[in-house]
Design a protein around this ligand. Structure first.
Ligand code: AMP
Ligand code: MG
Length: 488
């Protein structure tokens, strides 16, 4: 078998691509392979396990006809603009059509230095690549749009962080790797050359691949902004509902497709608290749990800025363009709030509750959860048990029992449906202490804990015997000091 990869990105957008090749891997060893995803892509798992398949997954063998590239993009990192970021340690191998005919990117992360590497070594360690694998697969199982992980191959090359670590390459699959930063970069190129052609081509490419309906109206580029605003509002609402903290929502890490991308310092919140931050470098809490909707909107405003010259008939007419952008961005808030409200009512088993009543109930609950540091995930399963008649486990989570009992009484009056609650509230998520445990073992060559964790989080809603420890939050001592790291 071989694989036929297309190269539409480099052909349509050569200004955003540098042809490049992965570094050799001294001793490639497959650590994990996502067989269901391979199936979706029409790739034979047995072939992917062969030396030729491993060569593809590690980037050391370029399939006939493929043109691997490092993608150029700009980005606001923690609010500061960096005009030239790009794939410093990643390559787009090409695109392929999946079983449903959808075009997907096949991409490698950790495949060696590229012209965008700046001071970096271009490499990735086994732990962080497996981290992306586990968390992205968990997100997918939770029904949240995300890039997928096809495989992690250990390269046999050491990488040097605080200590020497085994190196790895992640093979990632995405609807595409276009990001807000891709548009920021195209806008810079257009500014330098005085030719809007490249910006228009990126926008047309994005419309064709992700938001084809935008092409129908008389203002396709505004429709593109609105479509991306909507998919991002939906995505962030889903993050908030499961307690996901991305950790590094720079504009280069926000996709045009609406998929979650770049699992670096991300983690799931346990004790409910809007100020939750895990990333060691996010000292100001810019990307804290509760800030994510506002940051998403901020990033979309940067996207709108990049698109501005395409909005009005006269590219110099910024006043009209800005007014158009503001109106389109205005949709974020309504859309986000609706999705959040629908989602939280579903979690509480009261989908039909009147908005005013439900909003007050939710505000009261979240205040109490924050006060008592209640685990965001297990709470909703315990609450379903309360709807079935066993309220003690959930009551035991709260400090102020009088207040919580009053809340429970109001909630019960709305007739919550426990089966509907269990269908939307996960029991198994990749909890921080479990992820750390699995990655530490994997770094030492023991893959058992990783496989067990993957097995648990791949069916997140279905309670199974023997998996109780995957349903429990970490010990407070662990959680309080838990930090994640960027540039890993
Ligand atoms: P990220 O935070 O993973 O989205 O990465 C931000 C930027 O840093 C991107 O341009 C990456 O390609 C680059 N980068 C991260 N780690 C490395 C590394 N070890 N070597 C080269 N570039 C890197
Ligand atoms: Mg990134």
């Amino acid at each position: 078998m071989s694989i036929a990869l297309q190269d539409t990105f480099v052909r349509d957008l050569p200004e955003l691509a540098v042809r490049w090749q992965a570094e050799q891997a001294p001793n490639p060893t497959l650590l994990v392979l996502n067989e269901p995803l391979a199936g979706e892509l029409g790739l034979d798992p047995a072939w992917l396990r062969s030396p030729e398949g491993l060569g593809l997954l590690a980037g050391t063998e370029v399939p006939a006809g493929a043109t691997p590239v490092a993608q150029a993009y700009a980005g606001h990192q923690f609010g500061g603009f960096v005009p030239r970021l790009g794939d410093g340690r990643a390559l787009l191998l090409g695109e392929l059509a999946d079983a449903d005919g959808r075009v997907r990117d096949l991409h490698l992360k950790g495949s060696g230095r590229t012209p965008f590497a700046r001071g970096g070594d271009g490499l990735a360690a086994v732990g962080p690549m497996l981290r992306e694998y586990v968390i992205s697969e968990a997100m997918h199982a939770l029904g949240i749009p995300t890039t997928r992980s096809l495989a992690v191959v250990a390269t046999g090359r050491p990488v040097y962080r605080d200590t020497e670590l085994p190196g790895a390459v992640l093979a990632r699959v995405a609807s595409s790797h276009l990001r807000v930063g891709s548009f920021q970069y195209a806008s810079l190129v257009a500014g330098h050359t005085g030719d809007l052609g490249v910006l228009r081509r990126v926008a047309d490419y994005a419309i064709a691949r992700h938001h084809p309906d935008a092409a129908d109206g008389d203002q396709p580029y505004r429709a593109l902004l609105e479509a991306v605003t909507e998919v991002q509002a939906d995505l962030i609402a889903q993050w908030m509902l499961v307690g996901f903290v991305h950790g590094v929502m720079n504009t280069d890490n926000m996709t045009i497709s609406g998929e979650t991308i770049d699992y670096g310092p991300c983690a799931f919140m346990e004790a409910f608290d809007p100020q939750t931050v895990f990333s060691s470098i996010d000292s100001m809490g810019r990307y804290a749990y509760g800030n994510q909707p506002a940051i998403a909107l901020w990033n979309l405003a940067r996207f709108a800025e990049a698109l501005l010259p395409l909005f009005a008939e006269d590219p110099e007419d910024t006043e009209t363009a800005v007014a158009m952008a503001e109106e389109s961005l205005g949709r974020f808030r309504t859309r986000y709030e609706q999705r959040w409200a629908d989602g939280i009512r579903a979690k509480l088993g009261i989908p039909g509750a009147a908005a005013e009543q439900a909003d007050a109930l939710v505000a009261d609950l979240l205040g109490q959860m924050q006060q008592s540091r209640v685990d965001h995930t297990s709470f909703y399963r315990r609450l379903a048990a309360a709807a079935r008649g066993d309220a003690e486990p959930v009551r035991g989570e709260f400090v102020d029992l009088v207040a919580f009992d009053a809340w429970l009484a109001r909630w019960r009056e709305l007739g919550p449906d426990p089966a509907a609650m269990d269908a939307v509230n996960p029991i198994y998520i990749p909890r921080n202490h479990l992820v750390e445990e699995a990655l530490t073992a994997a770094t030492d060559g023991e893959l058992g804990p990783l496989r067990a964790l993957l097995d648990a989080v791949r069916s997140p809603f279905e309670e199974r015997p023997g998996l109780q420890r995957y349903a429990e939050p970490g010990r407070e001592e662990f959680s309080a000091g838990f930090r994640t790291f960027c540039g890993t």
